[in-house]
Write a protein that binds this ligand. Structure first.
Ligand SMILES: [Zn+2]
Ligand SMILES: [Zn+2]
Ligand SMILES: [Zn+2]
Length: 277
């Protein structure tokens, strides 16, 4: 499957409105450092799923019929605000899978337009096209699911944001599942006290370790070098994380990298590892 990081920022994004820190100045000078609202696109030959809908230009990016479904992690505006515009369109209904949340966001449930909301249940897998998707509960300020996504060739990708650490059952699932790739919330630079709703850098690495990614003593190299034990991407990054990272260039564990808007990766599963492609 192909994974494209459409946005890798926290709710305020980078550059943050009105901020003149070094990270925000850099992002204003060079658009490759911008971070839009966190979202990703998952593609196989037959299926195309948008993970979160916080980008406000969805109607330009995705013409009618171009998405099999939208998967929503939770109903905070930075993850669903793009739906407020998309819903008024014409064409076939778009399935929108989400955690059970009685409120949703604004009047999305009441005036859903094109959108067909369907609540998922934790750990109960659903099939969308040729992808198998398992919702994994996370720890956040409202009901939130991460998603474990597997393609027909066995490639496994976990998308886990927003969260502060992981609940024990989600940890056990990931330990057994051993994803080939995993994107994890890393909103903050290292903090002594655990942030309430998001990971800091250290806790993001702990979550990856749980899934067998970036463990100490692993193979050298970047995401590709550590591919045997899976690759990890830090995402949902805030300007204070970028500012910290610019001042403290860290050597990331093998296989772990800081995601960038527009980055695309092809994940290969166990069933076709080593096969010519
Ligand atoms: Zn968020
Ligand atoms: Zn800033
Ligand atoms: Zn959130």
């Amino acid at each position: 499957m192909r994974v494209s990081f459409l946005g890798t920022g926290d709710a305020g994004g980078v550059p943050l409105y009105g901020c003149d820190c070094v990270a925000c100045l850099r992002a204003r000078a060079d658009a490759t450092y911008r971070r839009r609202n966190c979202s990703a696109l998952i593609e196989t030959r037959t299926t195309r799923i948008l993970l979160d809908a916080g980008l406000t230009d969805l109607t330009d990016r995705f013409p009618p019929g171009s998405l099999s479904a939208i998967l929503v992690t939770h109903f905070h505006p930075d993850h669903v605000q793009g739906l407020l515009h998309l819903r008024w369109g014409r064409g076939a209904p778009i399935p929108v899978f989400a955690p059970p949340d009685s409120e949703g966001c604004a009047d999305l449930y009441k005036n859903h337009g094109l959108l067909q909301f369907q609540a998922l249940a934790k750990f109960e897998a659903v099939t969308v096209g040729d992808l198998c998707i398992t919702p994994l509960p996370l720890i956040h300020s409202r009901p939130t699911f991460g998603y474990a996504i597997e393609d027909p060739l066995g490639a496994r990708f976990a998308y886990l944001t927003d969260t502060s650490g992981l609940p024990p059952r989600t940890e056990s699932f990931l330990q057994a599942w051993q994803p080939d790739g995993m994107a994890i919330d890393c909103s903050h630079p290292p903090r002594e006290q655990a942030p309430r709703n998001h990971n800091d850098f250290g806790r993001a690495l702990d979550c990856l370790n749980t899934a067998g990614i970036g463990a100490k003593g692993g193979a050298k190299g970047g995401a590709k070098g550590g591919a045997e034990s899976g690759a990890g991407w830090l995402t949902h990054l805030g300007h204070d994380f970028d500012q910290w990272e610019m001042g403290n260039p860290v050597k990331l564990p093998a296989g772990v990298c800081i995601a960038r808007d527009g980055e695309t990766v092809d994940l290969r599963g166990r069933l076709n590892k080593g096969a010519a492609q």
